[in-house]
Design a protein around this ligand. Structure first.
Ligand SMILES: N[C@@H](CCC(=O)N[C@@H](CS)C(=O)NCC(=O)O)C(=O)O
Length: 206
């Protein structure tokens, strides 16, 4: 059976939601980031990681999402096969990996981003990162005007990828999603999805 290694509320929530949307049997295994158990699966100690029956392991959220979409074309989560449709998927995978996700790292782990031992150095890192998250979110906010889902082809793995990051933004930005009504609408739409609720409940329960 396909096995997803996840940590509650982390970016692994995205492939967890996608597996639930697909509806084929899978196992979700909770792991601690940085643990020896996880490093044996993914040397970077990060989630998500996906393991197939034959022992093949895939890491990197964007690769896992794209793989699942193509493994299960019947689920219709891959954004279409046309040249430009594929390009849009790549565009948004890159946006969430390199722009959005990366902008949160200093918020969650400021010590990785400064060698300055002075009081307030880490707070300054977090403050700068919060500004960066807001800037990056502005791109998505504008894109979502008049759209229900991120891709024009309909609900896709890209919306699932957005979801954990929108939850982080809600929790970490002063004012949460108040200044981002289109993003809030997407976040609410996803949060109301029964499959998403099942996954959140499973991750909460561990
Ligand atoms: N480039 C990786 C990054 C994965 C990542 O940073 N995962 C976080 C959780 S959202 C993590 O496990 N962090 C633990 C660590 O960096 O030590 C991906 O996109 O899958």
């Amino acid at each position: 059976m396909t096995t997803l290694f996840y940590s509650p509320g982390a970016c692994s929530l995205a492939p967890h939601i996608v597996l639930e949307w697909i509806g084929a049997p899978y196992e979700a295994v909770r792991v601690k980031t940085g643990s020896d158990e996880l490093r044996a699966i993914n040397p970077s100690g990060a989630v998500p990681a996906l393991r197939e029956d034959d022992g093949w392991i895939l890491t990197q959220a964007s690769a896992i999402l794209d793989y699942l979409a193509h493994k299960h074309p019947e689920a219709g989560l891959g954004g279409g096969d046309g040249l430009r449709e594929r390009a849009e998927v790549e565009r948004w995978l890159a946006y969430f990996t390199s722009d959005m996700h990366a902008s949160f790292w200093p918020i969650f782990n400021p010590a990785r981003y400064t060698l300055d031992p002075a009081d307030g150095a880490k707070e300054a890192v977090v403050g700068a990162a919060v500004n960066r998250v807001r800037t990056v979110m502005g791109i998505l906010e504008a894109h979502l005007a008049g759209r229900e889902w991120i891709l024009d082809t309909g609900r896709s793995v890209i919306d699932a990828y957005a979801f954990p990051m929108l939850r982080w933004a809600k929790a970490k930005l002063p004012g949460g999603l108040t200044d981002f009504p289109n993003i809030r609408a997407l976040s609410d739409r996803l949060a109301a999805d029964p499959a998403v609720q099942r996954v959140l409940e499973r991750e909460r329960a561990g």
